[in-house]
Design a protein around this ligand. Structure first.
Ligand SMILES: NC(=O)C1=CN([C@@H]2O[C@H](COP(=O)(O)OP(=O)(O)OC[C@H]3O[C@@H](n4cnc5c(N)ncnc54)[C@H](OP(=O)(O)O)[C@@H]3O)[C@@H](O)[C@H]2O)C=CC1
Ligand SMILES: CC(=O)N[C@@H](CCC(=O)OP(=O)(O)O)C(=O)O
Length: 347
């Protein structure tokens, strides 16, 4: 059995990891941390886990993380980089759901996260946790920087058209217009996600620049093998879970004869967690709620020069904890779907 530790078990991605891992047949949950709730049973805080998870929270200091096989950090940015070097030295694999190991350039990390990177020497080794792109590197990695929630939807949506240097769309006019539910902001108290603020309301934010922009552009450029520049505008919607990304790409003359529906279907044919929907579909966030599935629809209005790609995911599952379990499966040589064979919850 794989001994798992979770740092940050009281947050939304932490409890989502617990939900998924409690049903995973190859995993034992060895330690779950909370600074404030140490001593309390996890199932007391989260009654949804009664009968499924029988451990209590420990402080991060008291938790026996070094005897785990893998530790997930479901914590704010900056926490994993403080502990990763010691855990790695003890032979523990580390999967960070925050951004400490996503950006390759420590100066970019400092610019967007307003903190100095404390172990920049690990950035080259860290593998970006997006299985559909980096499956082989993930399988042999000991340190993973999980892809962010919005970046997962945007990169998967553009993967077939950009991969391998394909010259199908313009790469300097890409736009991703993305909407997220409020759980994307985490469980901490913030005015913006109060029911009376976010309910019955819809707004853009981060228009001047969001920290996912450098991550998206880094990822798309790596996929394409050349610089890619995308304009990203996130919006907050009164959903609890879900991301809906609408991506606009201008088709190049060289791409005009491409059957984009077929391109997407063929690229994702072997992927367990990417569903290319029939032509003309409009995917709904509720069609992936609670599951690790991403659903994609490809549109080309009037057979013209604009490609519109619609992507939906559950920000807490494929956008965070489910994808992290998918990555753990790869790191331990397990079937990728293990613990993730969940049918979305509808309505
Ligand atoms: N929510 C989402 O949709 C997504 C989130 N992420 C990323 O995952 C990470 C977790 O997000 P989320 O679960 O939403 O956040 P929450 O705010 O809901 O939870 C944060 C958790 O971290 C713990 N924590 C906070 N500070 C520290 C610290 N200094 N040391 C140890 N533990 C700490 C808290 O526990 P306690 O206070 O009890 O110790 C809590 O359990 C973030 O980096 C986020 O950016 C990534 C993709 C999607
Ligand atoms: C709705 C909302 O506030 N979403 C968060 C992004 C989600 C998140 O946690 O960011 P990471 O994927 O980088 O970890 C935000 O825009 O800051």
């Amino acid at each position: 059995m794989i001994k798992v530790g979770i740092v940050g078990g009281t947050g939304y991605t932490g409890v989502e990891l617990l939900r998924l891992l409690s049903r995973h047949q190859e995993v034992t949950i060895q330690a779950v941390t909370s600074r404030k709730e140490a001593g309390m049973k996890v199932s007391e805080m989260f009654p949804s886990l009664r009968g499924f998870v029988d451990v209590a929270f420990s402080t991060p200091e008291d938790a026996d993380l070094k005897s785990c096989d893998v530790v997930f950090f479901a914590t704010p940015h900056g926490v994993a980089m403080a502990q990763a070097p010691e855990l790695l030295a003890a032979g523990v694999k580390v999967i960070d759901l925050a951004a400490d190991f996503r950006l390759k350039d420590p100066a970019e990390f400092q610019k967007w996260y307003a903190m100095e990177h404390t172990c920049p020497e690990l950035l080259a080794e860290a593998v970006y946790g997006l299985a559909e792109v980096n499956r082989e590197a993930i399988a042999s990695a000991r340190l993973i920087g999980m892809a962010g929630c919005y970046p997962t939807s945007v990169q998967l949506g553009l993967l077939p058209v950009l991969e391998g240097g394909r010259q199908l769309v313009e790469t300097d006019t890409l736009i991703a217009d993305c909407k997220s539910g409020v759980s994307g902001a985490g469980r901490k108290a913030e005015v913006g996600t109060l029911f009376a603020e976010a309910g019955d309301n819809f707004k853009a934010y981060g228009v001047k620049g969001h920290r996912h922009s450098p991550e998206i552009n880094q990822g798309l450029s790596a996929i394409h093998g050349a610089p890619v520049s995308l304009t990203f505008v996130p919006h907050l919607t009164p959903l609890i879970r879900g991301i809906h990304s609408t991506i606009y790409a201008r088709i190049k003359p060289e791409g005009r004869d491409t059957d984009f529906q077929k391109l997407f279907e063929e690229r994702f044919a072997g992927e367990a967690f990417v569903d290319v929907m029939p032509a003309g579909s409009t995917p709904e966030t509720r069609s992936v709620r609670g599951s690790n599935m991403v659903r994609i629809a490809v549109h080309r209005p009037g057979n013209g020069d604009l490609l519109i790609i619609l992507v939906v995911e559950d920000n807490l599952v494929k956008g965070a904890s489910g994808q992290a379990v998918q990555v753990m499966n790869l790191m331990f040589g397990l079937p990728e779907r293990q613990g993730l064979d969940v049918v979305p919850l509808l309505p």
